[in-house]
Design a protein. Sequence first.
Length: 370
Amino acid sequence: MNKILASFYAFLGLFAVLLLAACAQKIIAENKSSDEMLAKKELKRLNISPNGRGVKFFGDSHMASGAMVAAFRDEYFGASVGSAGFVPAAMSKYHAHSELSFESNGFEVLSSRRDKYDDYALCGVVAKADENATMSLKLKKLKGLFGVEILHKFSQSGEIFTLKDANAKEYKITQKSPDIWEYSTFALSFPLEIKALKNGVELGGYKIYQKGDFVDFCAANGAYSSISAKWSAEAWSRDFAGFDYELFILGYGTNDALDKNFSESGFYNSMKSLITKLKSTSKNAKLVLVAPPPSPKIKKMPLVISALKRLARDENAIFVDTRAFVESSGGWKDWRKNKLVSRDNLHLSHDGYKKIGAFIAKSVKNEMKN
């Protein structure tokens, strides 16, 4: 009899623990829903939404410094820029962002360019935290109150990050379901500081919007045109959601052409696969294919350009020939003499990329008029 009672009480104790855990999880979820509801109401009241005109770049190191993208933004949109769009979780070494600066401590930055990971978000960057790790985000030019959606994941539900904005307002970022990328929405003023509450919590990116247009980008040093195959299938719907892109600008080819196994048909098919994914996210966006800068180190560049021109015809895309632009404005030797080319004779300098970015914007605007 005593054994039966002991087993019964043990069962009741276990049941009570499970019930309390379930109640706690429900309270956490309800608090998160309440906070998000208040944030969304505030954003709606202020007419802040991600519905501005958007342009997204995809590319390699030519875009990863942010200089080309920033110059395109200024020439194409001018003063109408008011949002940052989708921003990767962090910047890897030698990378920079056109709209934000990052400072992190205690985060490991994973990149689909070099690291194995089975659930990459859009752009292929994940920031994985140690407990008490911090991530600071500061806008370079834009000001005001923004809608900020933070993409996060952890193996357990519960509070995983604290968040503080420029007004010293503090929030908790809560994981509702284990092992799933989730967005938490806030109305915030920059700069922001995100602090990890647990070891192993992850950031996948941010949607940052206000009123106005935006240019964002996915770029990685050494990236091949096939890099997006490493990003999860869910990223193409989840991380594009809410944004209205009118242009997708693709700038791959340098690293593909430097590969000893490069083939024109393989490059064409790889770019075609990326375009198919992009068309699933936006049926109305125009495609722009950009030829890489004409470094004399890239012997197979004519094959890259041939594939891009054929793809532009097949996909009714705009083709922008940066090689022709460089040649018509003095050629590679003059660009190098004028310090528009990097010392490695493969990349451009900051000013060189600015010239290319402005040229792409002008070329696209001219094509869109026709």
